[in-house]
Design a protein around this ligand. Structure first.
Ligand code: ADP
Ligand code: GLC
Length: 487
C-alpha cells in the first residue's frame, strides 16, 4: 500500500512529545512490512535546509482565499528508506516553536499554518506523481487532511484514497474562532457537515473525528476511556457514535534507540543477565544530578512534559503537592527531567534548593533521559490521563519499575505488584491525589528495602516484555485494509 503520514512532528526533525516518536517508528515498521510509506511535515525554522534535498520548482497550494507558493524539500528518515517531505514557507513555518513559543503557546495563525499542511499534503502527491491508498493523519494539527479528502471538491483525483486519523491526545483539539475558518478553504456547508462547529467556534479535532474513514488511538484502554465523559474532553458522544470505527492500538518502542544492551547514551550497557551493571548507571546518574553517590537508597525518576495531564499539580502543586513529603518522609532520592508550565518549573527550582535528595533538570535533554531510565530504580508517571505513554515501556525494558496511575496505556502495559506472590511489573495507584501518590511511592520504597527478591523478579519480568512496533504495525495494516474495503 502507499501510505502518506501527515503530521506536525516526527523524530529526529521536530518533537514536543511521544507523537514524534510514534509517527517515525510506525512509518519504519510499516515500510519493513513492504509498504511505501512517506511522511509530510512543515519545514520549521530549526530544521536545517542544507541537510535536505530541494525538489526543484515552487509548489502552489490553493489554501483558503490564497494561493501559497511553497518550497519542497526531502530526505530519508535516518536508518530507513522512508522519504520525508518538508513544506517550506518562511512566513508560515520559519520561526521557533512548532505550535507556539513561551509567552505565546498557541500561535494566533495556527489555523492557517496547519490548513496549509493539510492542503500541501495533497499537492505534494500530485507534484511527485505518487498517489496514496491511505492518508494517515495524526492529531489535530494534521486533521485537515482527512476532512479535505471527504469534503473538498478539489481533491476528487484522490477519490480512491481512504483516511485514517490517529488520536494521540484528546486534550489538544485545535479550537479557534470561526472567523479563521476560511483558511481551510472549505465552504460553510462543510463547517456543519464535517463537524467543525463547536459552540460557535471551529474545532479541527472534532471535524476529523466526524470525517475520517477510520479512527485509531494509541492504546486499547484509552479507546474505551475516551467514549466516557471523564476522558472524552466533550467528544465522548461523537466517539460513542463512531465506536465501530475506533480501534485502540498500543504504540511500540523503537528498540534500536531504547535498549539497555545497545544504548550508546548510557555509561554501562546491560541485559537481564547482567542486571547488576545497572548499579553503575545509578552511580553515574547520582553524580550527574549532584546527589549523594549511594547504592543503598532507591532513586525515583521522572521525565515529563510539565503539564496537568501528567499529574504534576498533585505532585508539585505549591503547598499541597506530595513531592515535598515524599522526599522528606521516605528514604529515597528523586530525579526529574522536564519542561513546561511556568509555575511548575519554578516549584521544581524551589525543591531543588531546599531538598538535598531531590534534583531536577529543567529543559529538554535526550542524553539525560536515557541515563534516568538506566540509572533509576523506579519511574513515576501519575498521569491524569495517558493515551499510551512511552516512558513506562522504556522503564520496563531498562529494569526500572514503573509507578503509574491506572489509566490509558499505563493499564495496558504495567501489571500491579502482588505482595503475596511477588508477581507484577510495577506499582499502580487508582486515585490521583497527593496522598495516593505518596502512599504508592512509599509502598514501592518499602518493597525495595524489604522485598529485594520480589523487586528483582519484577525487573526481570518487565525486561521480558515485548513492545516491538512490528506487532502494532500489523494492526494498522488491518485498519488500512478495512478502511479501503469499506470505501
Ligand atoms: P507525551 O507525548 O504525552 O509527552 P509520552 O510518554 O508518549 O508522553 O512521550 C514523551 C516522550 O518525550 C518520551 O520519549 C520522553 O522521554 C520524551 N521527553 C519528555 N520530556 C523530555 C525532556 N524534558 N527531555 C528529554 N525527553 C523528554
Ligand atoms: C501523546 C500522549 C502519549 C502518547 C503519545 C504518542 O502525546 O500524551 O500518551 O504516548 O501521544 O502516541
Amino acid at each position: 500500500m502507499n501510505i502518506l503520514m501527515v503530521t506536525s512532528e516526527a523524530v529526529p526533525f521536530a518533537k514536543t512529545g511521544g507523537l514524534a516518536d510514534a509517527v517515525s517508528a510506525l512509518s519504519i515498521a510499516l515500510s519493513k512490512l513492504g509498504h511505501d510509506v512517506r511522511i509530510v511535515l512543515p519545514r520549521y525554522y530549526r530544521i536545517d535546509r542544507s541537510a535536505l534535498e530541494l525538489i526543484p520548482g515552487p509548489m502552489g497550494v490553493h489554501c483558503g482565499y490564497q494561493e501559497i507558493w511553497t518550497g519542497l524539500y526531502t530526505t530519508k528518515l535516518p536508518g530507513s528508506d522512508v522519504p520525508v517531505y518538508f513544506i517550506d514557507h518562511e512566513q508560515t513555518y520559519g520561526r521557533d516553536g512548532i505550535y507556539g513559543v513561551p509567552g505565546e503557546t498557541d500561535f494566533n495563525d495556527n489555523p492557517q499554518r496547519f490548513s496549509l499542511l493539510g492542503h500541501a499534503a495533497f499537492q505534494l502527491c500530485r507534484k511527485i506523481n505518487w498517489m496514496p491508498d491511505i492518508v494517515h493523519a495524526h492529531d489535530w494539527a494534521a486533521a485537515l487532511a482527512p476532512i479535505l479528502l471527504k469534503f473538498h471538491g478539489e481533491y476528487h483525483d484522490f477519490s480512491s484514497t481512504a483516511s485514517v486519523f490517529t488520536i494521540h491526545n484528546m486534550g489538544y483539539q485545535g479550537v479557534y474562532g470561526k472567523h479563521q475558518y476560511p483558511h481551510t478553504g472549505l465552504s460553510w456547508d462543510s463547517f456543519y457537515a464535517a463537524g467543525f462547529e463547536d459552540w460557535d467556534r471551529m474545532n479541527f479535532l472534532k471535524a476529523a473525528l466526524v470525517s475520517s474513514d477510520k479512527l485509531t488511538t494509541v492504546s486499547p484502554t484509552y479507546a474505551q476511556e475516551i467514549q466516557r465523559p471523564e476522558y472524552g474532553f466533550r467528544m465522548d458522544g461523537i466517539l460513542r457514535y463512531r465506536s465501530q470505527d475506533l480501534i485502540g492500538i498500543l504504540n511500540g518502542v523503537d528498540t534500536e534507540i531504547w535498549n539497555p544492551a545497545k544504548d550508546k547514551l548510557i555509561p554501562v550497557r546491560y541485559t537481564a543477565k547482567t542486571l547488576d551493571k545497572k548499579a553503575e548507571n545509578k552511580k553515574a546518574l547520582q553524580k550527574r544530578m549532584g546527589l549523594e553517590e549511594n547504592p543503598n537508597i532507591p532513586i525515583v525518576g521522572m521525565i515529563t512534559r510539565l503539564a496537568d495531564q501528567k499529574g504534576v499539580s498533585e505532585l508539585f502543586g505549591p503547598a499541597y503537592g506530595s513531592a515535598y513529603r515524599i522526599c522528606t518522609e521516605i528514604d529515597l532520592q528523586m530525579v526529574i527531567l522536564g519542561s513546561g508550565e511556568d509555575w511548575c518549573e519554578k516549584e521544581l527550582s524551589t525543591l531543588n534548593r531546599e531538598l538535598p535528595n531531590f534534583s531536577a533538570y529543567i529543559g529538554y535533554d535526550e542524553d539525560l533521559s536515557h541515563l534516568i531510565e538506566a540509572g533509576s530504580d523506579f519511574f513515576l508517571m501519575p498521569s491524569r490521563y495517558e493515551p499510551c505513554g512511552l516512558n513506562q515501556m522504556y522503564s520496563l525494558i531498562y529494569g526500572t519499575l514503573p509507578i503509574v496511575r491506572r489509566t490509558g496505556g499505563l493499564v495496558d502495559t504495567v501489571q500491579n505488584y502482588n505482595e503475596q506472590t511477588g508477581e507484577g511489573t510495577g506499582f499502580i495507584l487508582d486515585n490521583l491525589t497527593p496522598q495516593s501518590i505518596y502512599d504508592t511511592v512509599g509502598w514501592a520504597a518499602y518493597a525495595w528495602y524489604n522485598k529485594p527478591k520480589h523487586i528483582r523478579a519484577m525487573q526481570l519480568q518487565g525486561m521480558k516484555q515485548k513492545f516491538g512496533w512490528d506487532i502494532s504495525a500489523k494492526k494498522y495494516e488491518d485498519v488500512y485494509k478495512s478502511a479501503l474495503l469499506e470505501k
